[in-house]
Every structure is written in structure tokens, then in C-alpha cells.
Design a binder for this molecule. Structure first.
Ligand SMILES: NC(=O)c1ccc[n+]([C@@H]2O[C@H](COP(=O)([O-])OP(=O)(O)OC[C@H]3O[C@@H](n4cnc5c(N)ncnc54)[C@H](OP(=O)(O)O)[C@@H]3O)[C@@H](O)[C@H]2O)c1
Length: 238
């Protein structure tokens, strides 16, 4: 095992996840590029390597137990441990034709969104915990959204996506309580409104700006905050 820290970013082939991978690479991390599509993953790994990052690809579909288990095996072989996990992969779910209007909510959309945005995070986190527990200062960052804030009620009415992030916040708080007496620090990041495929490139922030809070939470000191919800300006209301 070498001394370089290793970070896994899920959904790292594009958007905010790719920018997080770039940022962690620039900080000297070896980056495990988690992505479900072979071609998109390899292209991202090549782009990161061309920019000087020590990157390797990890086939990873967060909705599949088998894929996530295989990803843990491949990271163990490649790096022996994991210092940082960024659970970034997420979907908005279909919203045309009232699919996310609560009064006409498409329950298949709700299931699909929860499967990726909530169950996916639990699945990946628990599969990676044995590798994280081998690190001196393990950090987990879960990408949330201020749309999941029950206080702020930001953005359009989206009755699958917004509650998925509220539940992610709640699940993350449970992890933080569970990890209270351990060296594992878990927090939630809100990237702001970012120009990616996700928003049809309508967001007013760049992926690099969206990545900044995740990078900060991924590199917290040992006395850093635990179980919080943060953006660039500080604490986000629950
Ligand atoms: N953009 C914003 O304004 C904004 C605001 C608040 C929060 N967020 C959150 O930030 C995160 C990243 O968003 P983004 O804007 O960068 O979105 P994006 O450009 O659409 O990228 C999403 C990434 O997640 C991956 N992904 C989706 N489902 C997956 C699965 N089942 N397994 C593995 N990977 C999967 C995608 O892979 P494919 O390329 O294979 O689809 C892609 O790499 C999400 O959690 C999102 O909820 C975004």
C-alpha cells in the first residue's frame, strides 16, 4: 500500500462529479472514477490523466448490489484502502407531464429517484466502509441539494427529487450519529445551481464552483464538523 490518499467519486464521468475528481486529483489524491458507462468512464479517466491526475476507472452503477460489491473489490486491489468517498451520483427523475407534481406523481419515478439518490448512497457507503475504516482520517461527502431543505423549499415543485434529498439528509444524520465515536466524518454538500446536464446547463454556477464545497468537506481536519449540511456560505438550513 502506498501513502497516496485514494478517493472514490460516484458519477465522476461528467458534471460536478468530474469537477470533484479533478479537484481531488489536483490536491494529490489518487482518484477512483466511479461511472456506470464504460466509454464515458474511460474518457473521463483519460481526461483526468492528461491533466496530471493519478486516476483509475471503477465500473459502478449505484443501483446494483453486484456492481457496487465488485467496485469495492476492484478498489481494494488497486489501492488497498479508501480515504475519501464522495457520493455524488444522482438523478432528477423524469418530470414532464406532471410526473413530479405531487397530485399526479408517477410512483415509478419516485422509486427510481429514491433508488439512486438514497438507496444508492447507502449501498455504496456500506460496501466501502471496510476500505474506509483502513484510512487514518476517512471522510464521506454526500451530495445533497437545498431543494431537500424543508426550511428553504427552494426550486420548482419536484415531489420525487426534493424529498429524495430530504431523506438523504436524514439518513446522513443517522450515519453521523453512528460514527460519532469513530474517526469517520460524514457531511452533506449543496453545490448551488450548477450548469450541467442535470439542469440543462441552466445553472448560474460552474461545475468547479459546485465542486468546491465537496472538496472542502472531503479534506476536513480531524476536529472538523460532523453530520452537517453545508454550501459555500456555511450551514444550509435542514
Ligand atoms: N446541477 C445542480 O444544479 C445540482 C444542484 C444541487 C444538487 N446537485 C446534485 O449534484 C450531483 C451531481 O449532479 P450534476 O449536476 O453533476 O448532474 P449530471 O451532470 O447529470 O451528472 C450526474 C452523474 O451521476 C451519474 N449517475 C446517475 N445515475 C447513476 C447510477 N445509477 N450509477 C452511477 N452513476 C450514476 C451520471 O452518470 P451517467 O453519465 O452514466 O448518466 C453522472 O455521472 C447530484 O447528486 C445532484 O442531485 C446538482
Amino acid at each position: 500500500m502506498n501513502n497516496t490518499k485514494t478517493a472514490l467519486v460516484t458519477g465522476a464521468n461528467k458534471g460536478i462529479g468530474f469537477a470533484i475528481a479533478q479537484g481531488l486529483g489536483a490536491l494529490g489524491f489518487t482518484v477512483a472514477v466511479g461511472a456506470r458507462d464504460d466509454a464515458r468512464r474511460e474518457e473521463a479517466v483519460e481526461r483526468l490523466r492528461a491533466a496530471g491526475t493519478d486516476a483509475f476507472g471503477v465500473a459502478l452503477d449505484v443501483t446494483s448490489d453486484a456492481s457496487v460489491a465488485a467496485a469495492a473489490v476492484s478498489i481494494e486491489k488497486e489501492a488497498g484502502r479508501l480515504d475519501v468517498l464522495v457520493n455524488n451520483a444522482g438523478i432528477s427523475g423524469r418530470f414532464a407531464d406532471g410526473a413530479q407534481d405531487p397530485t399526479t406523481l408517477d410512483l415509478d419515478v419516485l422509486r427510481t429517484v429514491l433508488e439512486t439518490n438514497v438507496l444508492g448512497v447507502v449501498r455504496v457507503t456500506n460496501a466501502m466502509l471496510p476500505l474506509l475504516s483502513r484510512a487514518a482520517s476517512p471522510r464521506i461527502v454526500n451530495m445533497s441539494s437545498n431543494m431537500g431543505s424543508l426550511t428553504l423549499q427552494t426550486g420548482p415543485v419536484m415531489a420525487a427529487y426534493a424529498p429524495s434529498k430530504s431523506m438523504l439528509n436524514s439518513v446522513t444524520a443517522q450515519y453521523a450519529r453512528r460514527f460519532a465515536d469513530t474517526n469517520i466524518i460524514v457531511n452533506l454538500a449543496c453545490p448551488g445551481y450548477v450548469a450541467t446536464d442535470f439542469t440543462g446547463f441552466a445553472g448560474d454556477r460552474t461545475p468547479e464552483q459546485g465542486a468546491a464545497i465537496a472538496l472542502r468537506l472531503a479534506t476536513l481536519p480531524d476536529d472538523g464538523p460532523r453530520g452537517g449540511f453545508f454550501d459555500d456560505n456555511g450551514v444550509v438550513a435542514w
